[in-house]
Design a protein around this ligand. Sequence first.
Ligand SMILES: Cc1cc2nc3c(=O)[nH]c(=O)nc-3n(C[C@H](O)[C@H](O)[C@H](O)COP(=O)(O)O)c2cc1C
Length: 221
Amino acid sequence: MGLLDKLFGDKKETKKMENVKLAVIYYSSTGTNYQMAQWAEEGATEAGAETKLLKVPEIAPQAAIDSNPAWKEHLEATKNVPEVSLDDLEWADAIIFSMPTRFGNLPAQMKQFLDTTGGLWFEGKLANKVVSGMASANNPHGGQEATVKNLYTTMMHWGAIVAAPGYTDEVAFTSGGNPYGTSVTVDQDGNMVENNIDKAVKHQAKRTATIASWVKQGLQQ
Ligand SMILES: Cc1cc2nc3c(=O)[nH]c(=O)nc-3n(C[C@H](O)[C@H](O)[C@H](O)COP(=O)(O)O)c2cc1C
């Protein structure tokens, strides 16, 4: 096996998923993370997983939403996206989270949802979920990495298995190179600055689903 093969991973990743159920759970105020979540769902579906695209509930005061037309518009445009429930977490073998940074941390909306998972955690029902995270910020170093790593702290408490993308595909080198999870910089017009984010997200989704299939097969033996 050559160096590139070693770097860019095991080609077993191209094998079909073994009935993997994958939930993409996101929060987005102005659409960036909704787009990333959609790409993740597409990538996991293409890889053969059964998927669900789910948003966490909005908890911001209506006055705050009304003060930002892009926020208000996005919530209206996505009103039919189903909200995540605890049953969805039980259902999923794998979960991909996507969220904007809030001062280097998770948005309260995502944190609020995670803070409702204590019961499942207590019953051991979150252990061995295969997870990965994605994030966005306005600045290139505005807290994307910290946000993903803060998500992973909670995931480690769950006993989840973090399937970070690392540098397992060449696309990492043209899409910002965040090994913790795909992340983007959003400019003032709401555009993603980096190239190939769709490809990076799809690679991450495929990798998360693949690792989940390995874990699921192992648990069934
Ligand atoms: C309260 C708040 C805090 C934010 N903190 C940061 C920050 O620390 N660094 C940064 O670059 N962007 C920051 N942002 C910008 C958001 O991360 C950006 O709007 C988001 O990534 C866009 O994603 P979305 O379109 O999915 O909502 C902040 C935005 C808000 C509302």
